[in-house]
Design a protein around this ligand. Structure first.
Ligand code: MG
Length: 460
């Protein structure tokens, strides 16, 4: 009987499944990524004074994640991991020594890595990168060589190419303090980039691309430069928030997300488009000791910020929006930006790469049916060190280090153990009471390490 069932499945169901995938409408996919926006910086995540009505509405109409993780604590590895669906340690984009790429770095996202854009192109998607890249300027690593038909933005962080002695975290950064180029498809169009209008111009670019490609499926990776320091807001927003320049910048970002969603509605694209909003890592806390002056973001009740594997460094705002497909709600399922790779490929009917490890999971059933995801570990890397691991509600730290200003990590043996739902601020170590949980986490780490193939280091 089993054999007959198998033959039936082989003959009918598999071809039918293929036909179904072939004919299912392929949604447009837009990822809006903020840079260094903290867990506590939006109204819908509890900020008391920054006004974010558009993101609050997006969250109210869509699915808001309480436990959305950036795959790394700083820009370069986070973006590499999101676009490839793999921890950046696998592509060599997370290494000891350098933490991110710099303008003169000799490495970049290897040409052999498969990005979400490259995979979606196999299914006929038009692809655009708009905004910060930060995955390399060397041959093979640039946006047009990594699957994007169109590219417009900055090749790296807006605080690089410095030519001013004023720290990037100053409350009034000089407009010509940085010589960062604005690049369109490999050609410099403006230098230094006029940063105060970037949020608006990036959004214009994304809206124009969506309009031009409304008849075909498209993928837009809209990676805002803000609110990474130096902070710049346009005249319309400057001085308008009660939270200083940082608030002005976030309110402008919010207004431009609103413009994008309005454009999708007006084009009749809202019901055909999955839009994700997230941040690439936690907030840069920019203490006074770092030359900052109140211009860093907030991780809310989470501990620490950018650069750290405490929750504040990697748990970030995450919102999924697709009117008619995603029902409004809030979920505390643990997801990471690497899941966007796998989920996008599944929605597009694209084949998953089979020659490499993929860490992202398809979270479609969570998005559309609100089903719990199977339990899986999440690994917190800082450079080439596996610092911590989360499994279900539990997080174990083997090493801890502040994002900035703590020269060496602290080792923990036994590891620190926190129950995140009851202790989101990671204050109360309960390792002694839960040896069984620690053992389960240690086993997950053993399995991960045993199969890990590290990529050739690129951050050099
Ligand atoms: Mg960042």
């Amino acid at each position: 009987m089993k054999i007959i069932v198998r033959i039936f499945l082989a003959l009918f169901c598999v071809p039918f499944a293929l036909v179904a995938a072939e004919s299912a409408p392929k949604p447009n996919i837009i990822i809006v990524l903020a840079d260094d926006l903290g867990y506590g910086d939006l109204g819908c995540y509890g900020h008391p004074s920054i006004r974010t009505p558009h993101l609050d509405r997006m969250a109210a109409e869509g699915l808001r994640f309480t436990d959305f993780y950036s795959p790394a604590e700083v820009c370069t590895p986070s973006r590499a991991a999101m676009l490839t669906g793999r921890y950046a340690i696998r592509s060599g984009m997370s290494t000891g020594g350098g933490r991110v790429l710099f303008p003169n770095s000799k490495g970049g996202l290897p040409a052999g890595e498969l990005t979400m854009a490259e995979m979606l192109k196999t299914r006929g998607y038009a692809t655009a990168h708009v905004g910060k890249w930060h995955l390399g300027v060397i041959e093979g690593s640039r946006p047009n060589e990594q699957g994007f038909d169109e590219s417009f933005g900055l090749p790296y962080s807006n605080d690089m190419d410095g030519r001013s002695k004023v720290p990037a975290g100053s409350p009034n950064p000089p407009v010509d303090g940085w010589n960062v180029p604005l690049i369109r498809n490999g050609k410099i169009t403006e230098r230094p980039a006029v940063q105060s209008t970037l949020t608006q111009r990036y959004t214009d670019e994304a809206i124009a691309f969506a309009h031009a490609h409304k008849a075909e499926p498209f993928f837009i990776y809209l990676a805002h430069t803000m609110p990474h320091v130096p902070l710049f807001a346009s005249a319309e927003f400057r001085g308008k928030s009660t939270r200083g320049l940082y608030g002005d910048v976030v309110e402008e970002l919010d207004a431009n997300v609103g413009r994008l969603l309005t454009a999708l509605r007006e084009e009749g694209l809202a019901e055909k488009t999955l839009v994700i909003f997230a941040s690439d890592n936690g907030p840069w806390l920019l203490t006074k000791a770092m030359g900052g002056n109140g211009q860093g973001g907030s991780a809310g009740l989470l501990r620490e910020g950018k650069g750290s594997t405490w929750e504040g460094g990697m748990r970030v705002p995450g919102i999924a929006w697709w009117p008619g497909r995603i029902k409004p709600g809030v979920t505390s399922e643990m997801v990471s930006a690497m899941d966007l790779f796998t989920t996008s490929l599944a929605l597009a009917g694209a084949e998953m790469p089979k020659d490499r490890a993929i860490d992202g999971a398809d979270i479609s059933t969570l998005l559309f049916e609100r089903k719990a995801l199977p339990e899986r570990p999440f690994f917190y890397y800082r450079g080439d060190m596996l610092m911590a691991c989360r499994l279900g509600p539990w997080k174990a730290h083997f090493w801890t280090q502040a994002g900035y200003g703590q020269p060496k990590p602290d080792a923990h043996n036994p590891p620190l153990l926190f129950h995140l739902p009851s202790d989101p601020s990671e204050k109360f170590d309960v390792a002694a009471e839960h040896p069984d949980v620690l053992e389960k986490i240690r086993e997950a780490v053993r399995v991960h390490n045993a199969t890990m193939v590290r990529g050739e280091p690129q951050l050099k």
